[in-house]
Design a protein around this ligand. Structure first.
Ligand SMILES: C[S@@+](CC[C@H](N)C(=O)[O-])C[C@H]1O[C@@H](n2cnc3c(N)ncnc32)[C@H](O)[C@@H]1O
Length: 223
């Protein structure tokens, strides 16, 4: 992820005080370290970061140690079935872990980059985010064709390889979701940001939607 995108993630966590964070797709742990460092700046919080496997030679635990990040700050989850199973468990049980029970203030979706998996991931995360919480969808302008040499993508259908699958999630699901507002891209073509609104059946949720329907006249106030 380019530094400008990492910087924006850091800034958003700090600016909005996003204490309970969720990352879908840990990779080597770069973004996890950035989010955990932002949590340090706001004096507390927790990140749950999920990947299929966390045991590679370069992994988030090692990177955190290298960066001097408190291990208690990050829950590292290896879920071989994929994050949608973890999200399903979180929705189904909603007890035990305190963060899951209360929901999340921020979710970075940066995992499979595939419509089949990430459309569902978004719909599950939409239920777990708290009102006022932010979602960031990475790689809006990415196609699997860019990494088609990897063995796991070799036999894919050309449509899967050539579609902008995260753009599909963004355009078809996030942009039209009635519970989200304040949608924007930053950096453009890279991260899509959307904020969960307060429930529509509450007076404040109803007001939020009225305000957002008139952004030019009234500004777009946060809450
Ligand atoms: C682009 S990397 C994440 C990079 C990381 N967010 C960063 O910028 O430092 C995507 C990761 O998602 C993981 N992934 C793909 N599909 C997944 C799934 N269904 N469940 C969990 N992790 C998945 C891959 O194993 C890979 O490590």
């Amino acid at each position: 992820m380019p530094p400008v995108a990492l910087r924006h993630i850091f800034d958003q966590v700090v600016a909005y005080g996003l204490h309970d964070c969720l990352e879908l797709g840990t990779g080597f742990g770069t973004t996890a370290c950035v989010i955990a460092s932002a949590l340090d700046c706001i004096g507390g919080g927790r990140l749950v970061t999920i990947d299929l496997d966390q045991s590679g030679p370069v992994n988030v635990g090692r990177l955190m140690a290298h960066c001097g990040i408190d291990p208690a700050r990050v829950e590292i989850v290896a879920e071989p079935l994929g994050y949608n199973w973890w999200l399903g468990d979180a929705l189904g049980t909603r007890h035990g872990d305190a963060a899951r029970e209360r929901g999340f203030d921020f979710c970075l979706l940066d995992g499979a980059h595939e419509w089949n998996q990430d459309a569902l991931a978004f719909l599950l995360v939409a239920r777990l985010l708290r009102p006022g919480g932010w979602l960031a969808v990475d790689d809006l302008d990415f196609r699997l064709r860019q990494v088609a040499e990897r063995p796991e993508f070799g036999a894919r259908d050309p449509r899967e390889l050539d579609s902008f699958q995260m753009r599909q999630v963004w355009d078809l699901l996030v942009q039209s979701h009635p519970d989200f507002g304040d949608r924007h891209e930053f950096p453009p073509g890279r991260l899509g940001w959307a904020r969960k609104l307060r429930p529509r059946h509450t007076p404040l949720g109803w007001l939020d939607r009225l305000r957002r329907a008139q952004p030019r006249r009234l500004g777009a106030p946060g809450f």
